[in-house]
Design a binder for this molecule. Sequence first.
Ligand code: ADP
Ligand code: MG
Length: 497
Amino acid sequence: MTPLLAARGVRKSFGGVEVLHGVDLDAAAGSIVALLGENGAGKSTLVKILAGDYTPDAGEIAIGGERYSQLTPISARAAGVRMIHQEFQDAPTLTVAENISLGRLPSRSGLVRWREVRERAETVLAQMGVTLSPSAPVGKLRVGERQVVEIARALSDEARVLILDEPTAALSQQEVDRLFAFLRRLRDQGTAIIYITHRLDEVHAISDRVQVLRDGSVAAEGKTEDFDRARLVEAMIGRAAAALSRPPAPTWPLGETPALELSAASAEPAFRNVTLAVRPGEIVALYGKLGAGSAEVAETVFGLRKLTSGTLAVGGKPGTARGPAASISRGVGFVPADRKREAILPVRPVAENVAASSWRRLAKLGWLISRRSEAAAYKRWHDALSIRSRNDPLQPIITLSGGNQQKVVLARWLERGSPLLVMIEPTRGVDVGARAELYASMRELASDGVAMLISTSDYEEVVQVADRALVMARGDVVVELAGDEITTSRLLTEAGG
Ligand code: ADP
Ligand code: MG
């Protein structure tokens, strides 16, 4: 049978570096292919070419028998390709209903038919079995809910080929289950689905076929049932497995008094019986899949959740903080997973973003001086963290790349002098090259005595940055690993299928 979508020999370079070396991909009607690969393997680039967002340097794409040497967003859309991007493409100030009809608002004689916009939203949300108000502004929704809106937009637009680029990174387990239920239904109605993930457990749950990309080439392809976990891991990481480099062990002395100490700490039902200490100069990772409890531990340390039993101490002082304000004054800095929504002031200058948590101190001398001290603070961290920007304190932060935005958020807490930084998914949406730089900045800060607790679902991140790692599954700490025990295969095995 000819696949609904067939890509042949797709090549793509960025700035003279080829990142796709002649890749084939087939997606059949009524089937789900999982596109797998490590960060940077080329998954997003490949599907952006299929959606017409990028022009390939070579290759051919056939959709429903029609051949294209290059697609445009318009021709891809006309051919029935719909994509749900890794980064949100929604319009935060518009409502759920408006977002669902974004780019194809129904109109007659130049007037938008708002009732139709609303009905279209109600219909698709009902089909999906979700209760979201069509009139809610999307910017006010949780990450998982925004994802639902993006999916609703693709569904209401009758995709023939639906592409999802790592859609579950921000979803709760319940939301993932619901997403999988929709996808199966769509598949059974004949949609061809390309599902990008780097979560192995999802592959068997959802896909009929798998294709693994490694360094811009196809490393393996076949029926999902023929690939067990070990074979997938091998195809994904190949010989490069051992090459993921560990940071050298700290050469600096660790502080005596732990910056953070948890003892038999539980916040039911999210996690239980967590015992850990993070000393000044140390980076400790909590590694777990979504719903494993690791993000919830981090949130608890920042005072966003309450312990149901056990104890927590910051800088040797016991007691749970009552809310973020109390945590900040205890010296805890927090870098949340959803940077765009919770951490940055997107259209404000970078300098203001750095100063945001130190305003009271910087503003002591009045507005003018505060602008000047903001700028000075920004310059200092620009240099210390190698923030790639125009080095202009007034540059809006949203114009920086993800990795550099994240450095600005880090700078905010460093400017405040927080001795303990708690981060959730610190490199989510940050590209591979910038990740390495961010890790280097984090190690540098550790050498200056900053303590860091990172919650992450990215095992590579753990390997590359953590001195110690606690692996979590279903709310429990499964094992604690230190130094060279922290390897990709060990993390994947301990976190379970
Ligand atoms: P994946 O989605 O598998 O993580 P990507 O397709 O995002 O991988 O990236 C593949 C490679 O291409 C990476 O090395 C990445 O840095 C590079 N890359 C992706 N998009 C761009 C871009 N717009 N400009 C320059 N390099 C890019
Ligand atoms: Mg990607």
